[in-house]
Design a protein around this ligand. Sequence first.
Ligand code: GDP
Ligand code: MN
Length: 376
Amino acid sequence: MDLYEHQARQLFAEHGIPVPRAEVTDSPKEAREIARRLGGRAVVKAQVKTGGRGKAGGVRLAADPAAAEATARQILGMDIKGHTVNTVMLAQPVDTAEEFYVSYVLDRAVGGFLAIASAQGGTEIEQVAASRPEAVARIPVDRAEGVTSAVAARIAHTAGLPPQTADVLVRLWQVLVREDALLVEVNPLVRTAQGHVLALDGKVTLDDNARFRQTRWGAQAEAHPDPLEAMAADRELNYVRLDGEVGIIGNGAGLVMSTLDVVAGCGARPANFLDIGGGASARIMADGLEVILADPAVKSVFVNVFGGITACDTVAEGIVSAVGRIRLTRPLVVRLDGNNAARGRAILAERAHPLVEQATTMDDAARRAAELAHTA
Ligand code: GDP
Ligand code: MN
């Protein structure tokens, strides 16, 4: 789960990383009051979980409280890369002399953590990384040793950051470890005209597997900004939404993966990944269908089950009960094979809805589902 900037900066502050004074609001009138409390001038910042807010016009300096109110009014409701701005943060402006980039990230390719740091931080960091990769240092961090003062000094030196950034580098590692983060990023980390080092922006991605001990961030829905993924999570389904038109349900991650490939091979695009698992009950089947059919992009659904532990007649019962519970408006193509396949097929043939078709092989079923999606 990604945190908002204001949540990230709260964690930074708790771990002793200097941040500018700031407050959050969803009201332009209150923005004026906040700017007054901050001394008049304020940087008004859109709180959305995406980068590049500055370039999109979501980070603006307001010269006085009246301007802060007007700016907040402009930024609230803005759309930044598909994210609607519902809150703004007002921060005390900082007189920056230099902007750096620093982050720690779990790098799955190297199987460990990396410190990534650059003396060329700020809004152009992506271009810097693309055009002058040597300006961005990538330094492996030994997770057992962590980032001690000595390690931090070495990271700063390698990246060309001033030595006084080392303390922030040590504390930022503590944020990663103690808050169960997979990524902590500060861009820009600045040196002010007075020589102070401050974090002006923050991004933190928490490890969802550690959610049980990071309860303050609560809200299941937060982890699933997609409403269908949230609905699936509520039903404890392994569902990932994709952007195609053929809904896919299978039992076992491997079978579902190959089903996606076969459907793509037939010239259609999968609308989702839904694994009903090894011991799929009728209820899981019904819940799964309900989630998939709640996606308006779905034009047809392919149910691909190879009965091992899961018996095909149980799956067939699930389909019959699901179709009785929801209004089926799009065709289902079902391929049942393996344990109790004959009984499952008979149940569907006798009792399922006219929109439910059967196919004997995975290839035939995929072709049919693709065809139905295209003629819908
Ligand atoms: P992002 O574009 O989403 O990464 O948002 P940032 O919070 O990084 O803001 C964009 C840019 O605005 C930063 O890279 C800074 O250059 C600038 N900025 C933000 N706050 C301040 C500030 O208080 N003082 C100055 N001088 N620049 C700021
Ligand atoms: Mn930034």
